[in-house]
Design a protein around this ligand. Structure first.
Ligand SMILES: C[S@@+](CC[C@H](N)C(=O)[O-])C[C@H]1O[C@@H](n2cnc3c(N)ncnc32)[C@H](O)[C@@H]1O
Length: 279
């Protein structure tokens, strides 16, 4: 009887995760970039635009003097690079990862300077400014990023070992960054917490996690007609999941979307930024 119940629960978990994987088959990198990484959400003339807020948080977290080492891993990179523009100055090896080949190909296109890749120039210029450099140094930053990204690997945060065996040195990466991944690939809160645990296996004890995610979001559009369900989170749930996975919270910042950032591609109400240390 009990065994049957346990089996039923395990099957439910497998089905929920498989349903999420199915939703992602239609993910459209170009549309996703257009929806989230162009104005008004990426308006560098406005401090209250989403992307400048995220870049400011990342810049601060990476320059407080406590984060460093050899290897930085970005979990669930998608087709985006903004999340490693500050970190690429501190680490000699940056590993990008995504579940989908279309996203890994999109990243590769930029790294190889191929035609049709997304234009990250305004992002590079903005982060140069945050670093006190001239915006004209953006090409140096682009060169730096291209030189330190050593791999773009497949990943599945629902597997106890999310990356191919031997991909990282033991005891793990020095730092993890992950943005809008866990809550948008998990069927429920329990699965989110479990995925955070799997991901944490990639980080060495004492290493840092920089986690960015959506608050109060139940879906987002990943292309025309491609609606992806999201676990609606609040700050307390994020903190509990971190604690359950052995993290000490260093700081948590939140951002509330101004009305004109609600552009009809999701129902997100806010964003959290966490800096935490694996104990
Ligand atoms: C909302 S996007 C976030 C992309 C990017 N990090 C950003 O900040 O915009 C979620 C990403 O998670 C990836 N993903 C889907 N299922 C996954 C899984 N099981 N494990 C890891 N990543 C997954 C998707 O391919 C997608 O790129």
């Amino acid at each position: 009887m009990d065994g049957g119940r346990a089996k039923g629960k395990d099957q439910g978990v497998v089905d929920g995760v498989a349903a999420m994987a199915h939703c992602y088959q239609e993910f459209n990198p170009k549309a996703y970039l257009q929806y989230n990484y162009t104005p008004p959400r990426a308006d560098f003339s406005r401090a209250d635009s989403i992307v400048p807020w995220k870049l400011g948080c990342l810049h601060r977290a990476f320059t407080e003097g406590d984060v460093g080492g050899e290897t930085l891993v970005d979990v669930g990179s998608g087709p985006t690079l903004y999340q490693v523009l500050s970190g690429c100055e501190l680490f000699g090896r940056v590993v990008l990862t995504d579940f989908l080949d279309v996203n890994r190909r999109e990243l590769r296109r930029w790294l190889r300077e191929e035609e049709g890749s997304f234009d990250w120039t305004p992002y590079l210029k903005h982060v140069c400014k945050l670093e006190g450099r001239s915006p004209s140094a953006w090409q140096e930053k682009a060169t730096r990023l291209r030189s330190v990204v050593t791999e773009i690997l497949p990943i599945d945060v629902h597997q106890p070992l999310p990356l191919p065996l031997g991909a990282l040195p033991t005891p793990g990466a020095d730092c993890l960054v992950s943005s809008f991944c866990l809550e948008s690939v998990s069927p429920d809160l329990a699965s989110f917490t479990r995925a955070l645990g799997h991901m944490s296996g990639l980080l060495k004890p004492g290493g840092h996690l920089l986690l960015i995610g959506a608050l109060g979001e139940s879906y987002y559009m990943a292309g025309p007609g491609v609606r992806i369900p999201v676990v609606p989170l609040d700050e307390a749930q994020v903190c509990t999941s971190l604690r359950e996975n052995g993290y000490a919270l260093i700081h948590l910042s939140t951002y509330t979307l101004p009305p004109d950032m609600r552009v009809g591609v999701d129902d997100v109400s806010g964003i959290f930024f966490v800096k935490a240390k694996k104990m």
